[in-house]
Write a protein that binds this ligand. Structure first.
Ligand code: HEC
Length: 137
Protein backbone atom coordinates (compact mmCIF):
# COMPACT_ATOMS: atom_id res chain seq x y z
CA UNK A 1 0.00 0.00 0.00
CA UNK A 2 1.22 3.47 -0.77
CA UNK A 3 1.57 6.27 1.72
CA UNK A 4 -1.14 8.16 -0.14
CA UNK A 5 -3.60 5.28 0.22
CA UNK A 6 -2.90 5.15 3.94
CA UNK A 7 -3.11 8.91 4.44
CA UNK A 8 -6.68 8.95 5.82
CA UNK A 9 -5.68 6.30 8.36
CA UNK A 10 -2.62 8.31 9.43
CA UNK A 11 -4.78 11.41 9.78
CA UNK A 12 -7.27 9.62 12.00
CA UNK A 13 -4.45 8.31 14.18
CA UNK A 14 -2.78 11.74 14.37
CA UNK A 15 -6.02 13.48 15.34
CA UNK A 16 -6.86 10.83 17.94
CA UNK A 17 -3.41 10.95 19.54
CA UNK A 18 -3.48 14.75 19.45
CA UNK A 19 -6.85 14.96 21.21
CA UNK A 20 -5.78 12.50 23.87
CA UNK A 21 -2.69 14.61 24.60
CA UNK A 22 -4.79 17.78 24.85
CA UNK A 23 -7.35 16.15 27.14
CA UNK A 24 -4.72 14.60 29.42
CA UNK A 25 -2.78 17.86 29.72
CA UNK A 26 -6.01 19.74 30.54
CA UNK A 27 -6.82 17.20 33.25
CA UNK A 28 -3.35 17.40 34.73
CA UNK A 29 -3.60 21.17 34.72
CA UNK A 30 -6.89 21.26 36.59
CA UNK A 31 -5.52 18.86 39.20
CA UNK A 32 -2.51 21.05 39.83
CA UNK A 33 -3.64 24.55 39.03
CA UNK A 34 -0.86 27.08 38.88
CA UNK A 35 -2.51 29.99 40.57
CA UNK A 36 0.43 31.41 42.51
CA UNK A 37 0.58 35.17 42.74
CA UNK A 38 3.37 37.69 43.29
CA UNK A 39 3.18 39.11 46.82
CA UNK A 40 4.81 42.31 48.11
CA UNK A 41 5.79 41.84 51.73
CA UNK A 42 5.38 45.09 53.72
CA UNK A 43 6.92 46.03 57.07
CA UNK A 44 4.93 43.85 59.47
CA UNK A 45 3.55 44.62 62.91
CA UNK A 46 4.87 42.62 65.86
CA UNK A 47 1.78 40.39 65.97
CA UNK A 48 1.99 39.80 62.22
CA UNK A 49 5.62 38.70 62.58
CA UNK A 50 4.45 36.07 65.08
CA UNK A 51 1.71 35.12 62.64
CA UNK A 52 4.28 34.81 59.87
CA UNK A 53 6.25 32.26 61.90
CA UNK A 54 3.09 30.27 62.66
CA UNK A 55 2.01 30.50 59.04
CA UNK A 56 5.38 29.25 57.80
CA UNK A 57 5.21 26.31 60.22
CA UNK A 58 1.59 25.29 59.63
CA UNK A 59 0.16 26.73 56.44
CA UNK A 60 2.85 27.60 53.91
CA UNK A 61 3.37 23.98 52.80
CA UNK A 62 0.08 24.38 50.93
CA UNK A 63 -0.63 28.10 50.79
CA UNK A 64 2.93 28.93 49.79
CA UNK A 65 5.53 31.35 51.06
CA UNK A 66 3.87 34.69 51.92
CA UNK A 67 0.51 32.99 51.20
CA UNK A 68 1.26 33.31 47.50
CA UNK A 69 -0.10 29.83 46.72
CA UNK A 70 1.56 26.57 45.69
CA UNK A 71 0.64 23.47 43.74
CA UNK A 72 -1.07 22.18 46.94
CA UNK A 73 -3.21 25.13 47.91
CA UNK A 74 -4.50 28.51 46.82
CA UNK A 75 -2.98 31.93 47.49
CA UNK A 76 -4.69 33.66 50.43
CA UNK A 77 -3.49 36.97 49.02
CA UNK A 78 -6.41 36.86 46.64
CA UNK A 79 -9.67 38.75 46.17
CA UNK A 80 -11.60 35.62 47.20
CA UNK A 81 -10.13 35.91 50.71
CA UNK A 82 -10.69 39.63 51.26
CA UNK A 83 -12.17 40.33 54.72
CA UNK A 84 -15.71 40.85 53.39
CA UNK A 85 -15.81 37.46 51.76
CA UNK A 86 -13.71 35.40 54.18
CA UNK A 87 -13.83 37.11 57.54
CA UNK A 88 -11.54 36.22 60.41
CA UNK A 89 -14.05 33.54 61.49
CA UNK A 90 -13.45 31.68 58.21
CA UNK A 91 -9.78 31.32 59.17
CA UNK A 92 -10.69 30.01 62.62
CA UNK A 93 -13.10 27.52 61.05
CA UNK A 94 -10.57 26.41 58.42
CA UNK A 95 -7.97 25.69 61.11
CA UNK A 96 -10.48 23.96 63.41
CA UNK A 97 -12.54 21.98 60.91
CA UNK A 98 -10.66 22.17 57.64
CA UNK A 99 -12.32 23.36 54.44
CA UNK A 100 -14.14 21.49 51.71
CA UNK A 101 -12.84 22.14 48.23
CA UNK A 102 -15.23 24.63 46.68
CA UNK A 103 -13.30 27.52 45.15
CA UNK A 104 -10.39 25.54 43.69
CA UNK A 105 -9.35 22.10 42.53
CA UNK A 106 -6.73 21.27 45.13
CA UNK A 107 -8.99 19.00 47.16
CA UNK A 108 -10.11 19.55 50.77
CA UNK A 109 -8.05 21.40 53.32
CA UNK A 110 -7.41 19.15 56.34
CA UNK A 111 -8.08 20.63 59.81
CA UNK A 112 -5.03 22.08 61.59
CA UNK A 113 -6.09 21.54 65.24
CA UNK A 114 -2.49 21.99 66.45
CA UNK A 115 -2.93 25.71 65.75
CA UNK A 116 -4.77 27.32 68.67
CA UNK A 117 -7.33 30.11 68.21
CA UNK A 118 -4.98 32.86 69.48
CA UNK A 119 -2.35 31.59 67.04
CA UNK A 120 -4.85 31.63 64.17
CA UNK A 121 -5.62 35.24 65.16
CA UNK A 122 -1.93 36.11 64.70
CA UNK A 123 -1.92 34.33 61.34
CA UNK A 124 -4.99 36.32 60.29
CA UNK A 125 -3.21 39.53 61.29
CA UNK A 126 -0.27 38.52 59.09
CA UNK A 127 -2.48 37.59 56.12
CA UNK A 128 -4.50 40.82 56.42
CA UNK A 129 -1.35 42.96 56.47
CA UNK A 130 -0.11 41.15 53.37
CA UNK A 131 -3.51 41.52 51.71
CA UNK A 132 -3.64 45.27 52.40
CA UNK A 133 -0.11 45.77 51.05
CA UNK A 134 -1.26 44.03 47.88
CA UNK A 135 -4.43 46.02 47.33
CA UNK A 136 -6.86 43.48 48.81
CA UNK A 137 -9.20 44.86 51.46
C1 HEC B 1 -2.61 20.33 53.33
C2 HEC B 1 -2.78 21.63 52.68
C3 HEC B 1 -3.25 22.82 53.49
C4 HEC B 1 -2.75 23.28 54.70
C5 HEC B 1 -1.61 22.71 55.54
C6 HEC B 1 -3.51 24.46 55.00
N1 HEC B 1 -4.45 24.70 54.04
FE1 HEC B 1 -5.80 26.19 54.01
N2 HEC B 1 -6.64 25.45 52.32
C7 HEC B 1 -6.12 24.42 51.58
C8 HEC B 1 -6.90 24.26 50.38
C9 HEC B 1 -6.66 23.24 49.29
C10 HEC B 1 -7.92 25.25 50.42
C11 HEC B 1 -8.97 25.57 49.34
C12 HEC B 1 -10.30 24.85 49.48
C13 HEC B 1 -11.19 25.32 48.36
O1 HEC B 1 -11.18 24.73 47.27
O2 HEC B 1 -11.92 26.32 48.55
C14 HEC B 1 -7.72 25.97 51.67
C15 HEC B 1 -8.53 26.99 52.09
C16 HEC B 1 -8.27 27.80 53.16
C17 HEC B 1 -9.10 28.90 53.61
C18 HEC B 1 -10.44 29.30 53.02
C19 HEC B 1 -11.54 28.50 53.70
C20 HEC B 1 -12.91 28.79 53.18
O3 HEC B 1 -13.81 29.00 53.99
O4 HEC B 1 -13.09 28.81 51.94
C21 HEC B 1 -8.49 29.47 54.67
C22 HEC B 1 -8.97 30.68 55.46
C23 HEC B 1 -7.28 28.72 54.92
N3 HEC B 1 -7.18 27.69 53.99
C24 HEC B 1 -6.39 29.00 55.92
C25 HEC B 1 -5.34 28.15 56.29
C26 HEC B 1 -4.50 28.37 57.44
C27 HEC B 1 -4.60 29.58 58.35
C28 HEC B 1 -3.64 27.31 57.50
C29 HEC B 1 -2.59 27.05 58.55
C30 HEC B 1 -3.02 27.04 59.93
C31 HEC B 1 -3.95 26.43 56.39
N4 HEC B 1 -4.98 26.97 55.67
C32 HEC B 1 -3.29 25.24 56.13
C33 HEC B 1 -5.05 23.62 51.92
C34 HEC B 1 -4.31 23.73 53.08
Amino acid sequence: MSIMANLPKYLVIAVTVGSVIVIVSKMTKSNKPDVSVAVNVPALSKEAVQGQQLFDDNCSACHGKSAAGSDKGPPLIHKIYEPNHHGDGAFQMAAKRGARAHHWKFGNMPAQPQVKPNEVAAIVRYVRELQRANGIY
